[in-house]
Design a protein around this ligand. Structure first.
Ligand SMILES: Cc1ncc(COP(=O)(O)O)c(C=O)c1O
Length: 414
């Protein structure tokens, strides 16, 4: 019997993150066969065609010019006052909802998820997410004695499955009296799906119908971690306007992240933005997050907040940043388009892709596919219902090449 000192709630299987395990094998293959012989589609960050991490000059130029005190100092518990205004601007752009809005800085989008899970569910509650989902939701929920329940993400036409969402949402609202649902859009991880504006209307219709019972507490968490890489212009933000004038017992929380849009993954910065038609609900959100933040991580990363504010408040810097972001967004779109096109040409089934870092290939035995692919020096991530291929980490040339090999590998498993 192994000796454990941990309390019951802290005892988890002794396993490492499976993504890091497969990423480690990709690295070994690169060392053995050479970088150009290996396609590493495991990484969840934007890398250049040579496999080096992209770090935006317009961001790191600002960071490196900050006075030491603005790097070293604590941030205010809620986040620097300027940052709180600026992050709302960066998130909503011209689509700010007409509502009471309160914002708290968090260590990345992860911190915002944690606030929603902790502050808006009771012990033992279930949280509604789609069947294709970011696995950290499950970790965060499980850590505090909550769990996930799922609706189907796609209908047979490859659109958002509103029937399945409604069925699960209504059942959970009746069972628990409150529902926290997380929708990761635009640019979902792992599928690359983005809800259309009409699909957002349908989601809100379902929520509004349930909200007629004023006893219900309905919380929509919108995970926008990849929003800065979605769409051609700002059109993927238009749905934010729909969060104006919602019933008082619906709270929307937007989780914003600086990790991808500013290539600041390790600097741990983002925000939880609460949106309500009732000012009291918005204030309640703010103070709940403030308290939980103090209890968990105290305050956020000061220099990341300063970088956001400097860029937002200097038109020249904002322009340089926006141009650089657009350059990388276009690079990502070209890679994804190459992957989608090549998949269609060879008849490889992939999930509907719209935006973002990842595409997914549905399969009943993802681990076997991933193993088979390693024989061809392609490394991808096994999920519960398929395989995730990170277009953010693979050159356009290799994105065009990979589908035929993936198709071959899958056929060989038959
Ligand atoms: C779906 C999704 N949400 C949120 C995040 C949050 O990332 P961070 O905490 O680095 O902002 C990630 C990062 O991988 C993600 O994939």
């Amino acid at each position: 019997m192994e000796l454990r000192m941990t309390a019951k709630h802290a005892q988890w299987p002794r396993e490492n993150d499976p993504i890091f395990a497969i990423a480690g094998r990709a690295k070994e293959a690169q060392d053995k066969f050479g970088k150009d012989k290996v396609i590493d589609a495991t990484i969840g960050a934007l890398v250049d065609d040579e496999g080096a991490l992209i770090c935006m000059e317009s961001v790191y130029g600002v960071l490196k010019n900050l006075p030491n005190a603005k790097i070293a100092a604590y941030a205010a518990l809620a986040g620097q006052p300027d940052f709180l205004k600026d992050v709302e601007k960066a998130c909503f752009r011209e689509f700010r909802p007409d509502a009471h809005i309160r914002t708290v800085a968090t260590p990345g989008g992860t911190g915002a998820v944690k606030h929603a899970v902790w502050g808006y569910t009771n012990p033992g509650d279930k949280i509604l997410v789609s069947d294709w989902f970011w696995s950290a939701y499950s970790t965060i929920a499980g850590d505090v004695g909550r769990s996930l329940t799922h609706h189907r993400l796609f209908n047979e036409k490859g659109g958002f499955n509103i029937e399945s969402f409604k069925e699960s949402f209504d059942a959970l609202a009746d069972e628990q009296g409150r529902v926290l649902t997380i929708i990761n859009s635009p640019a979902q991880n792992p599928t690359g799906y983005s809800l259309s504006d009409e699909e957002w209307d349908q989601v809100l219709e379902v929520m509004k119908a349930k909200a007629q019972d004023s006893e219900k507490r309905l919380i929509l968490f919108v995970d926008t971690a990849y929003i800065d890489f979605a769409g051609e212009g700002m059109e993927r933000r238009a749905f934010f306007r729909k969060f104006s004038g919602l019933p008082e017992n619906i709270l929307v929380i937007v989780g914003y992240s600086m990790s991808k849009g500013y290539t600041m993954y390790g600097l741990r910065s983002g925000a939880a933005i609460g949106i309500s038609s009732n000012e009291d609900v918005a204030e309640d959100f703010y103070y709940a997050c403030l308290h939980a933040g103090r209890a968990n991580w105290s305050n956020g990363t000061r220099c990341a907040m300063e970088v956001m504010s400097e860029i937002e408040n200097d038109p020249a810097k904002l322009e340089v940043y926006s141009k650089e972001l657009l350059k990388y967004k276009n690079m990502l779109r070209a890679r994804a388009a190459a992957f989608v096109k090549a998949s269609a040409e060879v008849g490889l089934e992939i999930l509907p892709y719209r935006d973002g870092f990842f595409t997914s290939i549905p399969h009943e035995n993802p681990k076997a596919v991933v193993e088979k692919l390693t024989e061809y020096n392609i490394f991808a991530v096994p999920l519960k219902m398929g395989v995730r291929f990170a277009v953010c980490a693979v050159s356009e040339e290799n994105c065009a090449k990979a589908p035929v090999i993936i198709k071959k590998a899958i056929d060989e498993l038959k």
